[in-house]
Design a protein around this ligand. Structure first.
Ligand code: NAP
Length: 303
């Protein structure tokens, strides 16, 4: 399959690209720059262009059988007005430009696998189990996800099969949340955040890449929660990681007010969560390699 990808130089995209290339697909990565020193996944072709802006890169999209759309500025930052706009634009405008490029896709049997996140369901403090039928939340990340998904759905008008992937927190080596947590936990300085009761819906990077390959190959559409079947609370995450590393939790929980003072509105994201389950993937028979957090963390902490 010929695949066009945005965000393919990132933590998820680079691993996914290498996996897809390894299984015989050809992948074209749209990147804002291929400057020397940037870590680029092996085996892909690179196309320079800014996905946020319309440009000549759009003419290449229809030369492919599928588009995987993962571009997005990091949300792990202080949410100033400027950063919020960048978080939104880097997803919504990218998706708009991709979909505009698919306008002549009719009769071509093209698939668009487009990113989203469990933030769709909003930051919550309850224990409600959320599946793809659950309603959206009511905060900034919900607004981002709704707009991001809304742009992708426009491609259905052009006969494109649109799949929305609502990622949980991706746990993998070499980036993301796991790399941020590991140094403190290795020094036995890990602790839970706030009450520790907030839910943490996670996915092992390997399973996430297998899910995307699974969604590419099946004739299914619509939203899919890309999370492991067993989400955990923040307290369970803390104690499982400490246990797997053999470092007991000595530190008291980080008070919520401190996180909010340090991180502003983003602090709220780590103090709230969502208990998300991959209902549709389970119904479709997807087999998770890492269904429990302990299995995932044991794999990720093997040297
Ligand atoms: N990692 C997670 O835990 C997680 C959880 C939920 C959802 N997601 C979503 O999944 C996607 C991939 O995540 P990731 O962790 O792989 O992200 P990442 O490592 O930060 O990579 C993001 C990619 O987006 C592009 N990008 C960054 N800033 C941009 C901007 N301002 N305008 C246009 N493109 C920009 C970059 O491509 P170039 O620099 O090559 O142009 C980069 O390859 C993101 O959309 C993220 O929101 C991730």
């Amino acid at each position: 399959m010929k695949i066009f990808m945005t965000g393919g130089t990132g933590f998820v995209g680079s691993h996914l690209t290498e996996k897809l290339v390894g299984s015989g697909h050809s992948v074209t990565l749209l990147t804002r720059s291929v400057r020397a020193g940037k870590r680029l996944p092996a085996g892909a072709e690179f196309l320079e262009g800014d996905p946020v802006k319309a440009g000549p890169w759009q003419e290449k999209v229809l030369e492919h059988d599928a588009v995987i759309n993962l571009a997005g500025a990091s949300i792990f930052t202080v949410w100033t007005a400027k950063n919020r706009q960048m978080i939104l634009d880097s997803r919504v405008l990218t998706t708009r430009n991709i979909v505009d490029a698919l306008a002549d896709a009719s009769g071509r049997n093209i698939a668009l696998i487009s990113g989203s996140a469990v933030g769709y369901y909003g930051g919550r403090k309850d224990d409600m189990v959320l599946n793809e039928q659950s309603p959206p939340g009511n905060d900034f990340l919900t607004e981002v996800s709704l707009n991001w998904e809304g742009e992708a759905h426009r491609a259905e008008n052009f006969g494109v099969r649109v799949v929305i992937t609502r990622f949980g927190i991706v746990l993998g080596k070499g980036g993301g949340a796991f790399e941020k947590m590991l140094p403190a936990f290795k020094k036995c300085l890990g602790s839970s955040l706030g009450s520790g009761k907030q839910w943490f819906s996670w996915i092992h990077l390997e399973d996430l890449c297998n899910i995307i390959a699974f969604l590419l190959e099946r004739n299914i559409a619509g939203p899919f929660n890309c999370t492991a079947p067993h989400p955990v609370t923040n307290k369970e995450l803390t104690h499982t990681l400490a246990d797997v590393l053999g470092c007991p939790v000595f530190m008291p929980p980080v008070p919520g007010f401190m996180l909010k003072a340090l991180l502003g509105e983003f602090g709220d994201v780590v103090l709230k969560g969502q208990r998300v389950v991959p209902r549709r993937l389970l119904d479709e028979g997807f087999q998770f390699q890492f269904a429990t957090l302990r299995e995932a963390l044991e794999d990720l902490t093997v040297k």
